[in-house]
Design a protein around this ligand. Structure first.
Ligand code: CA
Length: 234
């Protein structure tokens, strides 16, 4: 069965171009032209990926992202008309997985789509393997990662983490003791094979530290390795 993609874009010409090119790659595509119908379509079709414009009628893309993230972890590739760092940070905070500024080349768009779908496939495969091994919980002292429920617990109390924070923590935890570069983290957690997004890693590490470090100013769990990246100590 082919992978399903929901394209949310209110400009008819761009919507048609994106849908046409994705269909030609063999994906099953549905489209929506405003925020409300985007949410309804996403809940009905359970897409493998959502391409989401930010400026939309009825509800904007940030709002759509926030609402969908309450019960879906489908990757979201956001589109914006402006190259704006604030939009990027808000989008990521709302739970978007990747971000593209218009105008973009169709080649780069298709590469990003492919990268996101590949990342999700890898996560599913790893989760299937873990389900087979019945290894659903990882513990580091008072910190627990529940893989089945995608929950983080500190002293057995749930800690509210965003889906991407969970993915990042899990990736770090699986490579405990290893120095991981920002580029590798971006590729494996965000599916970005493109440079220039390493601040995203730093922002998410900071958010995680605020939640799981005894003293976020002097981190002992997620340690910065100067000039190299990050290392999870447990
Ligand atoms: Ca728009």
């Amino acid at each position: 069965m082919s992978e399903r993609i929901l394209v949310v874009e209110d400009e008819p010409a761009l919507q048609e171009t994106l849908a046409y090119n994705l269909t030609r790659q063999g994906y099953t595509v549905e489209v929506a032209s405003d925020g409300q119908s985007a949410i309804e379509t996403a809940r009905r079709m359970h897409p493998d990926l959502i391409v989401l414009d930010i400026l939309l009628p009825v509800l904007d893309g940030f709002e759509v992202c926030r609402i969908l993230r309450q019960d879906m972890n489908t990757p979201i590739l956001m589109l914006t008309a402006r190259d704006n760092e604030i939009d990027r940070v808000i989008g990521l905070e709302m739970g978007a997985d990747d971000y593209m500024t218009k105008p973009f080349s169709m080649r780069e768009f298709l590469a990003r789509v492919k990268a996101q779908l590949r990342r999700v496939r890898l996560i599913r495969e790893e989760m299937d393997q873990e389900a087979g091994l019945a290894r659903e919980i990882i513990r580091f002292g008072n910190l627990t990662l529940d893989l089945t429920r995608r929950e983080v617990l500190l002293n057995d109390q749930p800690v509210a983490v965003k889906p991407k924070e969970f993915d990042l923590l899990l990736f770090l935890a699986r490579h405990r003791g290893q120095v991981l570069s920002r580029e590798l983290i971006l590729e494996r957690v965000w599916g970005w094979e493109f440079s220039g997004g390493s601040r995203t890693v730093d922002v998410h590490v900071r958010w995680l530290r605020e939640k799981i470090e005894p003293d976020p100013a002097e981190p002992t769990r997620i340690v910065t390795v100067r000039g190299a990246g990050y290392r999870f100590e447990g």
